[in-house]
Design a protein around this ligand. Structure first.
Ligand SMILES: Nc1ncnc2c1ncn2[C@@H]1O[C@H](COP(=O)(O)OP(=O)(O)OP(=O)(O)O)[C@@H](O)[C@H]1O
Length: 239
């Protein structure tokens, strides 16, 4: 698959060849500007590729679909400020005309999954950055997509909250068996989370340079010797 934007004369992505299995936790890792978000947006259906093929469950993707849920970096832009936590989480279900009691069961469940019980009636302005990110995640999970597409979702959080959210995400992924495609430029985050880490080459004409299989058991630790060996191996791509 190849992508160039209409107003540019170069390829952002050129001959990306990638296959992600159902249930996999796949990381797209690369330096700023290499095209990670562009690739994720093509998978989500927000932007159209220029050439090649991109399919989900053997169906060519041309637009967003309910089998893909997107978690953005900035929760503030994704949440409705005039809706409470509960109403934000139920929003997609309401659009689908899911009956009220089913909606309420789903929101109660996913608010619990992301650890926000007791905060259902609060508005986004009354929440911390980490809590807002949890609401966004609960809302996406409530829609029950097969695939979670996450674009640096913890990039704007402080280090401690980020660490907690990473641990929670691994737990949720294991519990729900969803496929996760997670964009980051942070090697540590990639190695803490991913079963596979696809390293993207520096753009333009970026593609997937190498895919690492990370067989370390969860929860992973920075201090593990194998972790640090892998870290240096991956880092060498960007030296
Ligand atoms: N709508 C657009 N029109 C023209 N060029 C674009 C457009 N969107 C992205 N680009 C270009 O595509 C390249 C890749 O951008 P992209 O946002 O995908 O990178 P990224 O790896 O996600 O970066 P970051 O980590 O900084 O978010 C950049 O050179 C960017 O300028």
């Amino acid at each position: 698959m190849t992508k160039s934007f209409a107003n540019t004369d170069y390829y952002v992505l050129e001959n990306v060849n990638l296959s992600i299995q159902r249930g996999e936790f796949f990381i797209l890792l690369g330096p700023s500007g290499c095209g990670k978000s562009t690739l994720l947006n093509i998978v989500s259906g927000f932007i159209e590729k220029s050439a090649g093929e991109m399919s989900v469950d053997e169906e060519e993707v041309h637009k967003p679909g309910r089998n893909r849920g997107v978690v953005f970096q900035q929760a503030d832009a994704a949440l409705f400020p005039w809706l409470t936590v509960k109403e934000n989480v139920e929003f997609g279900l309401k659009m689908k005309k899911v009956p009220k009691n089913t909606r309420e069961q789903a929101s109660a469940h996913y608010i619990n999954v992301v650890g926000l019980q007791g905060h259902e009636g609060k508005f986004p302005r009354e929440l911390s950055g980490g809590m807002k990110q949890r609401v966004q995640l609960a809302r996406v999970l409530a829609n029950d997509p097969d695939i979670l597409l996450m674009d640096e979702p913890f990039g704007a959080l402080d280090a401690m909250t980020r660490r907690t959210m990473q641990t929670e995400l691994v737990r949720i992924w294991k519990e729900t068996n969803k496929t996760v495609i997670f964009v980051t430029h942070d090697i540590q985050e990639a190695l803490l989370l991913g079963q596979k880490v696809g390293v993207m080459s520096v753009g333009p004409s970026s593609n997937i340079e190498t895919i690492y299989d990370i067989s370390l058991p969860y929860p992973r630790s920075f201090s593990d010797k194998e972790f640090s060996l892998l870290y240096h191996k991956v880092q060498s791509h960007f030296d």
